[in-house]
Design a binder for this molecule. Structure first.
Ligand SMILES: *Cc1c(COP(=O)(O)O)cnc(C)c1O
Length: 239
């Protein structure tokens, strides 16, 4: 693995994504690869951009902004996928294109109020705690409808679908059950709100299964960039 270059790993991940789509009888265009670049330098992001990647996921606001300020990647789409704190919403509203981790109305309202008028609406996903894991953020499935109903009333943001981070240590059967539950919830949501086309689920270890279960965005970090040197508290912690 360590002998592989970043471009090799990018090719491998794209190949896996294509094969998972073929196996699931889905068009490869129906799944977007998010390159999760937390803790990785801007040079690695720029290299993937050169290779054609456009969607990048970041977890830490200040780290992301330090990269943006030095980046000249005009077509990059930045996705915020970390825990959301009220005092960080302005920076997110001003700099990101997507936010995957919305789990309360207060945060969505702040993002809406703080989204600059000259930018297109900010794309929001509701984070669902599909594994009912006490260590994870996200609303229960039963709460999605009420939160969605309130969010779609807000200006400057567009509700685009659902996201989840599944618990660790699940069997493949449990995992696919939970992925399918999230996909079903998104389908139901889309029948009320047609903009809710997205299901963000699946990471390095399980993105093929997520694609088989209907993911439209997969978030891949370590299999693309190599293992992270720093621990990754945000996967475990609540915002
Ligand atoms: C870090 C992270 C990922 C990527 O995880 P890998 O296992 O490295 O692919 C995906 N989603 C979220 C929310 C993350 O924090």
């Amino acid at each position: 693995m360590s002998e592989l270059t970043l471009n090799d790993r990018y090719q491998q991940v794209n190949l896996r994504l294509h094969q998972a789509c073929l196996q699931a009888k889905r068009s490869p265009d129906s799944v977007q690869l998010l390159a999760v670049s937390k803790t990785k330098p801007l040079s690695a992001i720029a290299q993937l951009y050169q290779a054609g990647q456009r969607h990048f996921g970041e977890n830490y606001v200040q780290e992301a902004i330090d990269k943006f300020d030095n980046a000249n990647l005009p077509e990059a789409q930045w996705h915020f996928i970390g825990p959301l704190q009220s005092n960080k919403t302005r920076a997110i509203a001003e700099r990101f294109h997507w936010v995957h981790t919305v789990d309360r109305l207060k945060i969505a309202r702040r993002l809406s109020e703080q989204r600059p008028d000259n930018l297109p609406a900010l794309n929001l996903l509701i984070q669902v705690n599909i594994s009912d894991d006490p260590a994870k953020a996200g609303v229960a499935l039963a709460e999605v409808g009420a939160l969605a109903k309130a969010i779609v009333e807000l200006p400057r943001v567009t509700l685009r679908g659902l996201m989840t981070i599944t618990a660790q240590g699940l069997t493949e059967t449990e995992l696919s059950g939970q992925f399918r539950q999230l996909k079903n919830a998104q389908s139901a949501l889309m029948s009320d709100y047609p903009s809710c086309t997205e299901v963000s689920m699946g990471m390095s270890a399980d993105f093929e299964l997520a694609i088989a279960c209907g993911a439209t965005q997969v978030r891949v970090g370590s299999d693309l960039f190599g293992p992270r040197e720093q621990p990754n508290p945000s996967i475990q912690q609540k915002g």
